[in-house]
Design a protein around this ligand. Structure first.
Ligand code: NIG
Length: 409
């Protein structure tokens, strides 16, 4: 089955061969064949297809790639949010509230909550996403979180090192995280992550976690420099992490260090999480400085019940433009291709999908670009250009979405 999407007023391809930040084309058409993109070019040259969809001059771009979420959880933290808006600072201890609710929930309840949020992501134009464990913190609860995550996510990250459980000794807990817990989850996950922050895991503990994951063949991620300056970014760079996320507190050396990782073509993506910065009333991550220095930046929602309870990549893109100083083109690239690079799903390496590849939704074809051979993931805006994502903030502009060639919105 092939579909010709035509009448595209502005096409954002992210294809470097087409030039500019986003490889933009005017009056374009795209042919989807099965789950892949088969052809991209001028509408006047478009080949015939089984079905034709005219989008009436609207803007078309790759589906969002949300590279940082925490969607396997139960419970609600409205009261904590209200207290924060009344002036209480964010404390990572709130994670324990969600851990208690998650442990008490059934598998079906956790899966239903994940489905609800994954569907919400899709309706907002997100066609690929990563999600993490991290609200179980026992071998059994982390294992079931990883299994449930794999039923919907394109990439699953093991975050046993999210918080030291109440009453546990920190170093003994790290022994568990790098020992039995890692062995249990490793067949089900793509990456390992650690919350390297005062009040969570220190540098030595974070290093142990990351080195253990690397030894088991997992990609590395770090929650770093979220609540203050710290060792997270330096550690991520030193160990060759795929991404370091949050990065709200960066000095000039750290910005340069992140940019320098890309000298050889692969490096550590700096993932900024604008909705989290706002919801925790933290400084906004210095996305402008990172892009200017030459770092590869991703924008993600960090959807979770504590620090960032949104699935809206469009909101994050608008904030990155209006408050962080990125251009719309830079923000859109960071929210599509940037996320794909962070997840290793951009096609630079062999296809991802996780060691067990059991998840129905795991990406087998590259995402983040609209070009032949990529997964047929695209979104249509009810607007003539991507500029409207920032020009009309808060307006739901998603008018159609294809994921792996299937029309889902
Ligand atoms: O990315 N920083 C650590 N983890 C989450 C917060 C989780 C929570 O508060 O529940 C984050 O912001």
């Amino acid at each position: 089955m092939s579909t010709l999407v035509t009448g595209i007023g502005e096409l954002t391809t992210n294809d470097e061969a087409r030039g500019g930040t986003t490889g933009r084309m005017r009056d374009a058409a795209v042919v989807l064949e099965g789950d892949a993109i088969a052809w991209v070019g001028a509408a006047s040259d478009a080949p015939a297809a089984d079905e034709r969809v005219d989008v009436g001059g609207r803007a078309v771009l790759p589906g969002w790639v949300d590279s940082h979420t925490h969607l396997v959880f139960a419970g609600d933290r409205t009261a904590e949010f209200e207290a924060r808006m009344a002036g209480e600072p964010y404390a990572a201890g709130g994670i324990a509230t969600t851990v208690a609710a998650t442990r008490a929930a059934s598998d079906d309840a956790l899966a239903a909550n994940l489905d609800r949020l994954a569907d919400e992501l899709l309706r907002g134009g997100t066609t690929a996403f990563e999600t993490k464990t991290g609200y179980g913190l026992t071998v059994d609860d982390e294992l079931r979180s990883a299994r449930i995550a794999g039923t919907r996510a394109d990439a699953v990250t093991y975050l046993g090192a999210h918080l030291v459980p109440e009453g546990a000794d920190a170093d003994a807990y790290v022994d568990l995280v790098v020992g039995d817990m890692l062995e249990a989850v490793v067949p089900h996950v793509d990456a390992i992550d650690v919350f390297c922050e005062r009040g969570a895991f220190d540098e030595a503990q974070s290093r142990r976690v990351l080195e253990a994951g690397r030894a088991r063949g997992l990609a590395l991620r770090v929650h770093g420099n979220q609540l203050g300056p710290g060792p997270g970014v330096r550690l991520a760079v030193e160990l060759g992490a795929a991404s370091v996320d949050h990065v709200a507190f960066l000095d000039d050396d750290e910005v340069r260090m992140l940019a320098d990782t890309w000298q050889g073509g692969t490096g550590t993506v700096a993932t900024v999480l604008p909705a989290c910065d706002l919801s925790t009333r933290m400084p906004l991550a210095p996305a402008r400085r990172l892009v200017d220095a030459g770092a590869v930046v991703a924008i993600a929602t960090n959807c979770n019940p504590g620090t960032s309870y949104t699935t809206s990549m469009a909101f994050c893109v608008a904030t990155a433009v209006l408050q962080m100083g990125l251009t719309v083109e830079e923000a859109v690239r960071a929210a599509t291709l940037g996320g794909a690079v962070a997840l290793g799903l951009d096609g630079a390496k062999p296809a991802g999908g996780g060691p067990d590849a059991s998840g129905a939704g795991r990406a087998r074809l590259p995402v983040g670009r609209i070009r032949p051979g990529a997964r047929a993931d695209l979104q249509v805006l009810d607007a003539p250009s991507i500029t409207h994502l920032a020009y009309r903030p808060g307006v739901p502009l998603t008018s159609a979405v294809w994921r792996a060639g299937a029309r889902v919105v």
